[in-house]
Design a protein around this ligand. Structure first.
Ligand code: FE2
Length: 314
C-alpha cells in the first residue's frame, strides 16, 4: 500500500526572466491565462484544471517543480507526516493545500489536494471522424479553425534520473504508481519506466510520469499537454511554425502509449509536447516491457532526431 495515490500530474513550474515572453509562447502553444501578477504567471488549459503551467520571474531560468494531485487532503497529511513536511495553503487560482517534497535527485515535487475546479472552456472541435466503413460525420462539413491548438490538460512529465530503481521506489511508495512499460535494453537491465496512476477500474493515461536513467545529469526532460484532436494538433503545429518557435520532434505516433506527438521548445529551451489519442488503461490492465527501439522509434512519422545530451523522449 502506498502512502497516497496520485490522481494525475497537475502542473509544471518554471523560472524565467521574461514572463511576458513566456506568456506569448504559451498562448501560441494553446494555453490561456489563469492569473498573472507580474511576478507569477499561471496558465490553464481548456479543461477544468485551474492551471497547468506556472512560471515565476527569476534571472535564473529553469525547471522548478512538478505538481502532482492526490485524491484527498488526508492523503496529503499522511505524506507530510511520512516526509516530515508541512501542509500549507496555496495562494493561487483554485486554492487548496500543498506539501513540498524533494525526490532522490533533488526535484521538487509539489503534492496538491483540495483545489476548486475551474469552469471548462468549450472548444468547438468535438465532431466525430469519418473512417473507412464508418461515417458518423454525415451532412457536417469539416472546417478547421486556424490558430493555436487547444490545450486540454497536462498529461505527463518526463524526468531524467540518476538511479532509476531508487527513484521508482520513491515515487511508487508515495503515489502508488503502476508500471505500464518498463524499459529494458537487456532482459535483466531496467533503465526506466512509463508509470500511470492507480485509479482502480477508472481509466487513465498509459503514462503520467516517465522516469529514465540516462548518461546525462538528472534533469527535466519534457512536459506533455493533451490537445483536442488530430486537427487541433496539426493546426497548432502550423501556427507555432509560422510564429517562428523552435521545433524539436514530430509529428509522429509513439509505440509506448501510442500518442500522436509533436515536440517544441519554449524560449528557454524547455521541451514541451502536444499529444492526442493516447492509450487509456485501468489498473487491472497491468504492464509490460518496452525495448529501446520501441522507446525511440515511431509507428509512423518523423524519426527521433539525434540525441545531443543523453536525452530521449516519449
Ligand atoms: Fe511525452
Amino acid at each position: 500500500m502506498s502512502i497516497a495515490k496520485a490522481y494525475d500530474v497537475a502542473y509544471v513550474r518554471f523560472r524565467a526572466p521574461d514572463l511576458e515572453m513566456m506568456h506569448s509562447f504559451l498562448r501560441d502553444f494553446g494555453m490561456l491565462e489563469a492569473y498573472f501578477d507580474g511576478e507569477r504567471l499561471f496558465m490553464r488549459g481548456h479543461g477544468n484544471n485551474p492551471y497547468v503551467h506556472v512560471t515565476e520571474r527569476s534571472p535564473d531560468p529553469g525547471f522548478a517543480a512538478l505538481g502532482i494531485w492526490v485524491n484527498s487532503e488526508e492523503e496529503l497529511r499522511n505524506l507530510a507526516a511520512h516526509d516530515n513536511a508541512t501542509v500549507e495553503d496555496i495562494a493561487a487560482p483554485g486554492g487548496g493545500k500543498i506539501v513540498r517534497l524533494e525526490d532522490p535527485d533533488g526535484f521538487v515535487v509539489e503534492v496538491v489536494a483540495g483545489q476548486e475546479r475551474a469552469e471548462p472552456i468549450e472548444t468547438t472541435r468535438r465532431e466525430e471522424w469519418n473512417q473507412g466503413g464508418r461515417y458518423p460525420r454525415t451532412g457536417l462539413l469539416r472546417r478547421v479553425k486556424q490558430g493555436p491548438s487547444h490545450v486540454e490538460r497536462l498529461g505527463h512529465v518526463v524526468l531524467g534520473v540518476s538511479n532509476f530503481r531508487r527513484s521508482e521506489v520513491w515515487y511508487k511508495e508515495r503515489f502508488g504508481l503502476v508500471t505500464s512499460d518498463e524499459i529494458r535494453p537487456a532482459p535483466e537491465v531496467a533503465i526506466g519506466a512509463f508509470m500511470r496512476c492507480d485509479r482502480g477500474d477508472q481509466p487513465c493515461d498509459h503514462h503520467t510520469i516517465f522516469l529514465l536513467e540516462r548518461p546525462a545529469p538528472a534533469g527535466f526532460m519534457h512536459a506533455a499537454y493533451e490537445v483536442a484532436d488530430l486537427d487541433d494538433l496539426m493546426t497548432g503545429h502550423e501556427h507555432l511554425k509560422k510564429t517562428g518557435y523552435a521545433h524539436q520532434w514530430g509529428i509522429g505516433r509513439h509505440y509506448l502509449g501510442s500518442q500522436i506527438f509533436d515536440y517544441w521548445k519554449d524560449p528557454w529551451g524547455n521541451e514541451i509536447e502536444h499529444w492526442t489519442d493516447g492509450d487509456r488503461l485501468i489498473a487491472a490492465d497491468g504492464g509490460g516491457v518496452g525495448s529501446i527501439p520501441e522507446l525511440m522509434g515511431v509507428q509512423w512519422g518523423m524519426p527521433m532526431p539525434p540525441l545531443t545530451d543523453g536525452e530521449a523522449s516519449s
